[in-house]
Design a binder for this molecule. Structure first.
Ligand code: HEM
Length: 315
């Protein structure tokens, strides 16, 4: 095996350790011809959500944006096992995106229903005294929206520029999943996304729980190792790099802003390199391959995936 193959295999093993493998037959196999919930082959969702490099870059920003809503923060802070099982949480969150995009219709629907059942138990009182329930349609809409918003922005910046029409298609495909997850109204176009984010801004805030959560993302223990100085510095950099996908007001609110233009430029190149490396190591994920076989109804030609390996390796 060549040195490059060895590097690629090691990267895939590392990525799978953090994010999981995502090849469960009960989710991704199924009735021949079933496109699943997000549009199937040819959809924007299948093109964008299979780019693991892009998802890796977008993940932290999506999570930080979600918890900028103090009700979401309170739920995660008090009822999630993110401190004791951070890898499991990361896998389940990534798994949700992949399963709802590439899963068979019954497989993806069952995943959504299971997560909804978990959310029926999530609720309580925020530090400021306000009550919340995870299944509040507005909260579901907010958390749902942060995920495709961050991924779409990362794809547009680090993979290829998207037209407004392509972004509209992607958001409309993903909105189906948000509504099934319990949201009543979910942005299905760029214009609706902008309006929704503006309408939510007065609700968003950083409190002690948010600060502690962000510190955990950057400095907390992952696996058995206590994060060393270098790893902590790298994780702060990654968080700031990911948050560059988001508007300036969100970076200012969270304090996740690079100090100067030179740092921003260097960080953007680093994020580009990470996106390219992830895509190079795993150009087509097992779940996408399985879904393409399923949806193609056995026809080998339509089972061909996108050529994500064509991206350059340099930043
Ligand atoms: C569409 C919106 C949402 C999505 C896609 C989502 C996704 C998920 C997923 C995939 C899990 C993991 C289930 C598992 O362990 O397999 C989960 C658990 C959880 N979610 Fe959500 N969620 C959403 C909204 C919310 C909201 C609004 C809140 C809080 C107000 C919340 C708080 C939690 C908590 C506390 C858990 C339990 C995590 C644990 O066991 O550690 N979620 N969610």
């Amino acid at each position: 095996m060549g040195a490059l193959d060895q590097i690629r295999q090691k990267m895939v093993a590392d990525m799978e350790e953090v994010g999981g493998r995502h090849d469960e037959p009960e989710i991704y196999d199924g009735e021949p011809g079933d496109p699943g919930l997000a549009g199937g082959p040819g959809s924007m969702s299948w093109e964008i959500n299979g780019d693991i490099g892009v998802i890796g870059v977008a993940g932290s920003a999506a999570i930080v944006m979600e918890v900028l809503h103090p009700s979401v923060m309170a739920g995660v802070f008090t009822q999630s096992s993110y401190r004791t099982q951070p890898l499991q949480r990361a896998r389940n969150t990534l798994g949700y995106v992949l399963r709802t995009t590439y899963g068979s219709t019954p497989g993806a629907t069952a995943v959504i229903e299971r997560v909804k059942r978990i959310h029926t138990r999530v609720g309580g009182v925020r530090p400021d005294g306000r009550e919340y329930q995870a299944l509040d349609p507005e909260l579901i809409a907010w958390v749902h929206t942060c995920i495709p918003w961050a991924i779409m922005t990362a794809f547009d910046r680090y993979r290829r520029p998207l037209t407004i029409a392509e972004k509209d298609r992607y958001l409309a495909e993903q909105a189906v999943i948000g509504r099934m997850g319990g949201a009543e109204s979910v942005p299905g176009s760029v214009a609706e996304l902008d309006d929704f984010v503006e309408s939510m801004r007065p609700e968003l805030a950083v409190n002690e729980q948010t600060r502690s959560f962000i510190r955990f993302l950057a400095e907390g223990t992952i696996g058995d190792d206590v994060a060393g100085r270098r790893e902590r510095a790298d994780r702060w950099l990654g968080l700031r790099g990911s948050m560059m996908l988001m508007p300036a007001w969100a970076r200012e609110l969270t304090g996740l802003e690079h100090g100067n233009v030179a740092a921003r430029l260097a960080s953007e190149r680093y994020e580009q390199l990470k996106a390219n490396l992830g895509r190079w190591a795993a150009p087509v994920l097992p779940c996408e391959e399985m879904a393409r076989r399923r949806a193609a109804d056995g026809g080998p030609e339509s089972a061909d995936g996108p050529n994500r390996a064509a991206a350059p390796l340099s930043a």
